[in-house]
Design a protein around this ligand. Structure first.
Ligand SMILES: Nc1nc2c(c(=O)[nH]1)N[C@H]1C(S)=C(S)[C@@H](COP(=O)(O)O)O[C@H]1N2
Ligand SMILES: [Mo]
Length: 384
């Protein structure tokens, strides 16, 4: 477990050793595209993104667009709460005409919807040892907007807070207070049709690590917004400002102006465009570079690859799966690859024209906090 994660009180399951063993023995198929006999994975020379636990994306082995639950990272700030599933109910309270208390069977009777979406921790990529905190899954549940409508949203309501079963002590102005995990969304964000209260992941009941029995799905937003182990949905007329909205999970960015740099803090929300070189494969004398790219509500429009000091070259996108909210796999035929050491880097561009920034781009240089680490990530290989 990395020190950054320790510092942030994350709790991961599994062990680094198990993850390291898994890297060594993965399948050798071509990432995202059909596998070929004789594929040989070229190991990276740069510090391996050490998997934080056994459940994490193992980039060199990745072939499945849908991440199985066993490979899906999990993060909990207060450990995993024990939820009494038999007596569990969801409360909908606050500024509604009609408060509700719903059992899981009652929630399952509500309109059903499935959304495929990539979940990325906003800390993913912030250090070389934390690179596998992302996965793509099919989430099934009921649209939040329909339930809110059913309860009747009072005109004074401006936002929706999501309270969870897990809790811990937080120091607030020098005193300790017990706090439940919570995040909120503006009413407009909460009413987006693809925001779900989910009880299934990849067609299976949500497991304990991923928030059983019910979690929030906010496609296109970083993981912090996807509240697990939901207990209460509260409609409010003033904004929730707790650790996860206002103290932690805040990004400080500077924008250069005529009078110097204008520094602003904002709560972590929508995901930023990003990609990663996941693997280099040799087959006979041919080399293929492949990886994944993702963004928020837009589609991935283009991925480019740069080798050493060469020009940016266009990669081929896996058109079978190029949709909003989801990662898209890509690959690039590396022609005339010469023996020796090489640096490989990718950058993604989304349908809104956002370009994944380089590490020395002001967008990254003027980001003074840990979260939302979407800089281009160079990798090194040695060819023989
Ligand atoms: N109740 C609760 N929900 C939570 C968290 C938490 O600590 N408690 N962590 C958040 C963070 S930071 C992330 S990245 C995602 C991770 O979801 P996963 O564990 O299913 O992968 O859950 C989010 N939801
Ligand atoms: Mo996270």
């Amino acid at each position: 477990m990395s020190s950054l994660l320790n510092r942030r009180q994350f709790v991961f399951r599994g062990s680094v050793a198990a993850a390291a063993a898994a890297i060594a023995s993965g399948p050798l198929s071509r990432f995202g595209f059909s596998a070929s006999n004789g594929d040989e994975v070229i190991p990276f020379l740069d510090p391996q993104p050490i998997k934080p636990n056994s459940a994490a994306v193992k980039w060199e082995d990745l072939t499945e667009w849908i991440t199985p639950a066993k490979d899906f990272f999990d993060v909990s700030h207060y450990g995993r709460p024990s939820v009494d599933l038999a007596n569990w109910k969801l409360q909908v309270t606050g500024l509604v005409d009609k408060s509700m208390s719903l059992t899981l069977p009652q929630i399952k009777e509500l309109p059903k919807k499935e959304v495929t979406a990539t979940l990325e921790c906003s800390g993913n990529g912030a250090s070389p040892s934390f690179m596998g905190a992302i996965g793509n899954a099919r989430w099934t549940g009921t649209p939040l907007s329909a339930l809110l409508k059913e309860c009747g949203i009072r005109p004074e309501a401006i936002e929706v807070a999501f309270w969870a079963a897990d809790k811990g002590k937080e120091k607030i102005r020098n005193n300790d207070y017990e706090q439940h995990f919570a995040r909120s969304l503006s009413l407009a964000d909460a009413q987006r049709p693809d925001v779900l209260l989910a009880y299934e992941m990849n067609g299976q009941p949500l497991n304990a690590g991923h928030g059983a029995p019910l979690r929030l799905i906010v496609p296109g937003w970083y993981g912090i917004a996807w509240v697990k182990w939901l207990t209460t949905i509260e409609l409010r007329d003033h904004r929730l400002m707790n650790r996860f909205m206002a103290r932690d999970y805040v990004t400080l960015r500077g924008t250069p102006t005529e009078n110097g740099i204008d520094w602003k803090e904002s709560s972590v929300g929508p995901m930023n465009v990003k990609s990663l070189v996941a693997r280099v494969v040799k087959n006979g004398s041919a080399y293929t570079i492949s990886g994944a790219a993702w963004t928020n509500a837009q589609k991935i429009e283009k991925v480019e690859v740069k080798i050493d000091d060469g020009p940016w070259e266009t990669a081929t996108l896996d058109e079978r799966h190029r949709e909003p909210y989801c990662w898209t796999f890509w690959s690039y035929d590396w022609r005339d690859a010469k023996p020796g050491e090489h640096t490989l880097v990718s950058r993604a561009i989304d349908s809104d024209g956002h370009v994944q920034p380089a590490a020395d781009d002001p967008l990254i240089k003027n980001k003074k906090t840990y979260w939302e680490a979407n800089a281009q990530y160079p990798r090194r290989v040695r060819l023989t």
